[in-house]
Design a protein around this ligand. Structure first.
Ligand SMILES: Cc1cc2nc3c(=O)[nH]c(=O)nc-3n(C[C@H](O)[C@H](O)[C@H](O)COP(=O)(O)OP(=O)(O)OC[C@H]3O[C@@H](n4cnc5c(N)ncnc54)[C@H](O)[C@@H]3O)c2cc1C
Length: 556
């Protein structure tokens, strides 16, 4: 295949230990390895730690991430692994204390129960699940894939690259050194990424601008006597112990801001704080304590030739809005199909070039959103008289209720960003150049180049996305058969796997034009009402990163 990167050909596979070296077995490294492995590509995933601990970190798995997991065959398994009981409302509850006065509720922020009941906009509602459970589910699936090797307790020391590939060195245990050769390397190695350092990337923005403290506790009293207003997250607004807490299965997580200079809390301080935030003395057992810093940082480059970074290695933001892991899973999904297409021979260099543009733009929008969310915490919502039991207190709570909902709704109603982010302006998307930044609360699912293919159900439980193939997918109205022929010829000339799907009459309103060319990640590469064979070839070449090169066998 003329356009494969130098050295990336089937014939010399023997001289490589693997196709892709993935550094880091966090959610991003695991997801990237899985996505590549499911397409049969050889991966070695390396993790310096022996295993990953049970610190919950991310808890919101959003609808876009669950759509990726559905594509990887794991959405249902992840839901089964969630320790969240089905009857726990996915509400955000504002209160004075956990056993105190109610102020306001943002109900059902995950749209649970909607997706099969008429809301066509997505196939998978979000889920409340600790990060380590998501990681466990992906890892269990990886264990079944012979083409993916996992090396724990192995640390990347460095790598070099030439036109053909990457040679990386590792430390295993105290003494053993290991050298591996791969066609590509991806650093999913977190905020202090070694791969980022080696490719000369620098984080730009604000470093550690605030300090916070995460506690994971067992508090039996709260499970025996749950608070009156149950939810996944309680914003507790009072003078002495403001903070956020919520259940994770049998455990409770609590997050509070730490004053500058403090690095943690003693057990005695935790006891006093708990009494305040809960509003009652309780027994507790500490499961994990974790200070963390809020950053606003984005790397100035995501790639050097055959080396890429993804996830926290690219950007660090406050966790408010729950974007960290979710955005990283999006990076993995984007990079996996592009690397996969290049390894399979039909994708060109332009695909790899587009990664930084596409994900960088999403990172910038999302980091801005997370920083804005973090600007208003529980303590910032404190108003006079909130705990007054009489009518003054009632009036104060009602006024704050309106204000809190107004100020914080956007943090939790983010469908416009989660599903409405787009790749408009990307070098591999035809059109969608003027889309601008998505609006967090607004999502209008209509086909536009760069955006997600609007979701619809083909049959009960069968999403249109379930029919997408590993290559491109052409969605077409019934009358557009000339266009179908043109794209079939182009796909054949370029050896691109192509699925054809007919848009059913009921979904026609979502598609203003008769033909939509979609990528494996369900984003729209191009749309139009008609297309000649020559135009189809040009469009397809652009969509697979092979614009500007031409061979005789592609003549149609
Ligand atoms: C305390 C804490 C609380 C958080 N809370 C939230 C939250 O509530 N919501 C949210 O959305 N996000 C939260 N996050 C962020 C979220 O956890 C991250 O966005 C997510 O883990 C990023 O995944 P990743 O795979 O990119 O990186 P990581 O999860 O950091 O994984 C990187 C992996 O690479 C390994 N590694 C690093 N260097 C090397 C090397 N040289 N060789 C081999 N392996 C290496 C590391 O050991 C690590 O396992 C939190 C993070 C922390 C630390």
């Amino acid at each position: 295949m003329d356009e494969a990167l130098p050295g990336v050909t089937v014939s010399d596979t023997q001289s490589f230990d693997t196709d892709v070296l993935v550094i880091g077995a966090g959610p991003v490294g695991l997801a990237l390895s899985l996505s590549l492995g499911l397409c049969g590509h050889r991966v070695i995933m390396v993790e310096r730690d022996g295993s990953r601990g049970p610190q919950p970190r991310a808890k919101t798995l959003n609808m876009r991430s669950l759509t990726h997991l559905r594509r990887w065959g794991l959405a249902q398994k992840v839901r089964e692994a969630s320790p969240t009981p089905d009857d726990l409302p996915t509400d955000i509850v504002f209160q004075t204390r956990l056993y105190g006065h109610h102020i306001a509720t943002l109900p059902n922020i995950y749209f649970r129960g909607n997706s099969h009941a008429g809301d066509l906009r997505f196939c998978e509602p979000s889920e409340w699940i600790p990060q380590y459970k998501v990681e466990e589910v992906i890892k269990t699936r990886l264990d079944e894939l012979a083409c993916v090797q996992q090396k724990y307790g192995t640390q990347l020391l460095g790598f070099s690259q030439n036109d053909d590939g990457v040679t990386a060195s590792f430390q295993k245990g105290d003494e053993e050194e290991l050298t591996l050769r791969a066609k590509f390397i991806v650093g999913a190695d977190g905020g202090s990424s070694k791969v980022r350092e080696i490719i000369g990337g620098k984080l730009e923005g604000r470093y550690a601008y605030a300090c916070n403290y995460n506690m994971v506790l067992r508090i039996p009293e709260l499970n025996k006597n749950p608070p009156a207003n149950r939810g996944i997250m309680h914003w507790l607004i009072n003078e002495d112990s403001p903070g956020i807490m919520g259940p994770i299965g049998e455990l409770w997580y609590i997050a509070k801001r730490l004053p500058r200079g403090d690095s943690g809390m003693t057990e005695e301080q935790i006891d006093r704080y708990l009494q305040g935030i809960i509003g009652r003395q309780v027994d507790f057992e500490v499961m994990a304590l974790d200070p963390w810093y809020a950053h606003e940082l984005i790397a100035d480059t995501y790639r050097d030739r055959r080396a890429f970074i993804a996830g926290d290695a690219c950007q660090l933001r406050p966790p408010f809005g729950g974007y960290g892991m979710n955005m990283g899973l999006g990076d993995a999904a984007d990079l996996a199909w592009k690397l996969g297409a290049v390894l399979a021979g039909w994708g060109g260099e332009g695909l790899l070039d587009s990664y930084e543009y596409e994900r960088g733009q999403v990172h910038r929008w999302t980091v801005n959103e997370a920083v804005a969310n973090y600007a208003v915490l529980s303590a910032d919502l404190l108003r006079k008289d909130l705990e007054d039991p009489g009518s003054e207190g009632q009036t104060a709570r009602e006024a704050l209720g309106r204000e809190a909902v107004e100020q914080k709704r956007r943090e939790f109603h983010t469908i416009g960003l989660v599903l409405g982010y787009h790749y408009g302006g990307s070098p591999i998307v035809s059109g969608g150049n003027d889309l601008g930044a998505p609006v967090a609360e607004e999502y209008d699912p209509v086909a536009v180049p760069g955006k997600l293919v609007p979701h619809f159900w083909l049959a009960p439980g069968v999403s249109v996305y379930d029919r997408f193939g590993p290559g491109l997918t052409l969605l077409t109205r019934e009358h557009a058969s000339d266009g179908v022929t043109a794209f079939r010829l182009a796909a054949s000339a370029l050896s691109v796997p192509l699925e054809i799907l007919t848009i059913p009459h009921e979904a026609a309103a979502l598609f203003p034009e008769a033909l939509v060319l979609a990528r494996p990640d369900e984003h729209i590469a191009w749309q139009g009402d008609r297309v000649s064979s020559e135009e189809a070839l040009v469009v397809m070449r652009k969509s697979i990163g092979r614009a500007g090169r031409h061979t005789e066998r592609e003549d149609v």
